[in-house]
Design a protein around this ligand. Structure first.
Ligand SMILES: Cc1cc2nc3c(=O)[nH]c(=O)nc-3n(C[C@H](O)[C@H](O)[C@H](O)COP(=O)(O)O)c2cc1C
Length: 174
């Protein structure tokens, strides 16, 4: 059996996908050759498996950072908080150097470059487990080696905007 061809255009498909609200992450690593920091905003993050602990995210084949993530050993996925809209926008445009201007950096326990930002509501240090080619994207599967959970409200992405993001007060139920 084969799939029927789509009866919609890419713009309509994209806007339908946008009705699914997601969180927002910034994913960081460093270039193998010169250790230059590499990072970008990603909303396609999701959980895969608890045992072993696996997560996934997808990256367009046209991303200039693709080659760096394909060859990196580890990366860190930072889940952004409600008050980090500007960071989400910053890491979705401009040069790699400009994204890291005025951004404090540190290293996760197993050595991956990460943001030194206590506002992030969680972070996951991942071993670069595998990559699957899927259409115009690659699916990255990360094996989580270390993680940390905070208590802030999440930044929420929906229909191309952050307007479903709740007010930035700490969550009481955690
Ligand atoms: C909220 C938000 C979510 C995004 N999610 C993704 C994503 O899941 N996958 C992707 O390939 N690009 C995503 N992008 C776009 C990238 O952040 C953007 O194309 C970035 O400039 C790519 O960087 P690079 O070309 O330097 O690698 C997202 C952008 C925003 C603002």
């Amino acid at each position: 059996m084969t799939a029927e061809p789509a009866d919609f255009d890419a713009l309509y498909f994209r806007s339908a996908l946008g009705r699914f609200p997601t969180g927002v992450t910034v994913i960081t690593t460093e270039a193998r050759e010169d250790h230059q920091p590499i990072g970008l905003t990603i909303s396609s993050f999701n959980s895969v498996s608890l045992d072993p602990p696996l997560v996934l995210w997808t990256l367009t084949k046209t991303a200039s950072s693709l080659v760096h993530f394909q060859h990196s050993e580890r990366y860190v996925i930072h889940v952004l908080a409600a008050q980090q809209r500007a960071l989400a926008r910053k890491f979705a445009r401009g040069s790699q150097a400009s994204r890291f201007e005025d951004v404090e950096l540190t290293h996760a326990p197993n050595g991956a470059l990460m943001l030194d930002d206590p506002q992030c509501t969680a972070w996951f240090e991942c071993y670069n487990h595998s990559q699957v080619e899927a259409g115009d994207h690659f699916i990255f599967i990360g094996q989580v080696e270390r993680c940390h959970r905070g208590s802030g409200q999440p930044l929420v992405y929906h229909a191309g905007d952050f307007d479903l993001t709740p007010s930035a007060k700490p969550l009481s139920r955690l």
